[in-house]
Design a protein around this ligand. Structure first.
Ligand SMILES: Cc1cc2nc3c(=O)[nH]c(=O)nc-3n(C[C@H](O)[C@H](O)[C@H](O)COP(=O)(O)OP(=O)(O)OC[C@H]3O[C@@H](n4cnc5c(N)ncnc54)[C@H](O)[C@@H]3O)c2cc1C
Length: 280
């Protein structure tokens, strides 16, 4: 019989995880699907399970100066309901699954599952978020792009829990988010595009762009973003073609049951163009 632990606090969880290899279960909406067997048969786990859903230390949302800290155990409903979270995080969260799933699915689970289609990843990459990992040895901060190593692969050590996500507040006058799925809701992304820009005195002061589900990990380019800074908005139309070509070299979409590589690439680049020309 597999052992299941419901720790009373994070210290108890980490002490248990120091000695024992476990499956961490937050909302279980990814893990239970991954572990499901035949219809009517309970999911099979070959290691003890630790339920982190009740850990208060993972449930906090704090705004400290210009930094938003979201506990890994916060659900997407928590993010939508909080008066501290930014509008873009609420909008992305509202596009995830159905209300029932959003009530239990956590931001930490979405990150640690490391699916190329995970909806919370593109905005976190765009704003250069960091994750905080904790074990009995202490804490370490890792930029999100160094935490996600590839599909279902994360930079986490034995005994570590994802504790919280650190999200810098950004100055943004233009925000754009599109998730392309088979239906308007309750559909995984075929692709997604996230952009924000700060425009002052008719020039791009800052810009952040991220593409989801068009490669093994989210695609961002600090070099291309830097090359766009300072460009007057009435000159954007002259450079759109070359910017699309630059990003096209970085996108590496696949054909799968949800879409084709060609569709993903073309639509992702069209969304980029729409943002640059019509929104900025
Ligand atoms: C019907 C349905 C629709 C869905 N629609 C979407 C969608 O539209 N967009 C989308 O992005 N996803 C979607 N998903 C996927 C899923 O709901 C999300 O990825 C969700 O955020 C996972 O969170 P969870 O708490 O349920 O994770 P869990 O299933 O509990 O865990 C997922 C993985 O992360 C690990 N983990 C969780 N928390 C931690 C932690 N704090 N520290 C270390 N490891 C941890 C677990 O061990 C596991 O490997 C859908 C799933 C279903 C079933």
């Amino acid at each position: 019989m597999v052992k299941a632990i419901i720790p009373k606090d994070i210290d108890e969880a980490l002490q248990f995880m120091e000695k024992t290899e476990v499956y961490v279960v937050a909302g279980g909406t990814d893990l239970m699907v991954k572990k499901k067997g035949w219809s009517g048969v309970a999911p099979y786990f070959d290691k003890p399970i630790i339920f982190i859903k009740y850990l208060n230390e993972l449930k906090e949302i704090k705004l400290e100066k210009n930094i938003l800290k979201i506990g890994a155990g916060c659900t997407f409903k928590d993010i939508v309901d909080s008066d501290k979270t930014s509008q873009y995080l609420k909008e992305v969260s509202l596009n995830i699954a159905s209300p029932a799933i959003r009530n239990i699915a956590t931001i930490g689970g979405n990150i640690c599952n490391a699916s190329p289609a995970a909806d919370i990843l593109p905005p976190l990459y765009a704003v250069r978020a960091e994750v905080v990992l904790e074990s009995t040895d202490g804490k370490r901060n890792v930029p999100i792009e160094d935490f996600i190593l590839g599909p279902r692969k994360i930079n986490i050590k034995k005994g570590e829990l994802l504790k919280e996500i650190i999200i810098p507040t950004i100055k943004c006058s233009k925000f754009y988010y599109k998730k392309i799925g088979t239906r308007k809701s309750i559909a995984l992304s075929k692709l997604s595009f996230f952009g924000f820009a700060n425009v002052e005195s008719k020039k791009i002061e800052d810009i952040k762009l991220a593409f989801g589900a068009v490669g093994p990990t989210v695609v961002i380019s600090k070099d291309i973003e830097n090359s766009l800074k300072g460009i007057p908005i009435d000159e954007i139309q002259n450079i759109v073609k070359s910017i699309k070509e630059e990003y096209s070299k970085l996108l590496n979409p696949i054909d799968d049951q949800r879409s084709t590589a060609e569709y993903r690439r073309n639509i992702a680049l069209n969304l980029l163009e729409d943002f640059l020309l019509n929104i900025i």
